[in-house]
Design a protein around this ligand. Sequence first.
Ligand SMILES: [Cu+2]
Length: 329
Amino acid sequence: MPARVRHRALIVVGALVAPLAFAATALAGNGGFAPLAPQSPNAEGIQQSYLFISAFAFAIFLLVEGILIAFVIRYRRRKRPRNMDGAQIHGATKLELAWTVGPVLILFVIAAFVFAKLPTIQDVPAAAAGSENLVVDVTGTQFTWEFRYPNGVVTIDRLRAPQGRTVELRITAPEWDVIHSWWIPALGGKMDAIPGTVNKTWFEAERAGVFQGQCAELCGLYHAKMLASVEVVPASEFDAWYDERRAQQEAGTSTLGEELYEGSCAKCHGLQGEGGYGLRIAGTQLVSDEQAIETLLRRGGILMPPVGRDWGQTEMNALTAYLKENLGG
Ligand SMILES: [Cu+2]
């Protein structure tokens, strides 16, 4: 083999082997290429579509690569001089028809399957007689998820939900914010949180547990910290918590202040207010001045977004009390 050819061959082999070597790490890192085990009917519909399409993709991959390898071997140069063309082949009507009609049929079958699944994925199921869907307003703000329940309960970054009951999510972002995307893979597909628009999605968790997710639309500096989780608990436990949390919120004894601090403030200012991307706030005069804090949260600062612009007085009071108690001078 001439040196130049050998050199090229090495590069080609290297380029082929490297992805194989990294594939194992990638596989170990994300737990596999398949979606998480679905825990809600809409997530099941998504997984079935994923597997259905993957079966075709895998079969086509095997077919194409198999033929490619067979042809490379069958029609290799052998003793023909390097500068001489191989045999020219023209026309194979049946074959050409087959490779045109085949893909069209495959695409048709895939489209039909996905359209048949779409209602299960998209449409919020009607509530059974005697029960109601739980409707939660979800707002994505740089870099926090806020959940607002019909009875006024507010939670941050973690949505609590009853097992076996349909939870309808109305997802949006404030007018002054950017686009985010709600995504808890085990409980369904992504849904964009767009300023000024309300998008709907839903889930009905089949078992209790905590399901993790994360903002799926690059939304700024701390996009990666915009995590979300759904904690599914048995329905009776949920009902008890729901009423208790409301009472606590009204009495000012809930953990809302802490949740707001960790969700909205700590990502930039540090868990102890020690500073990070944002300024150090621990021990400053500001944190003990409710009025100044409220003004700052509602209007924003030079680099700080107005994270509290749309907060109610409950949230504002919860946060100012938390700040004063925990980070005050
Ligand atoms: Cu985001």
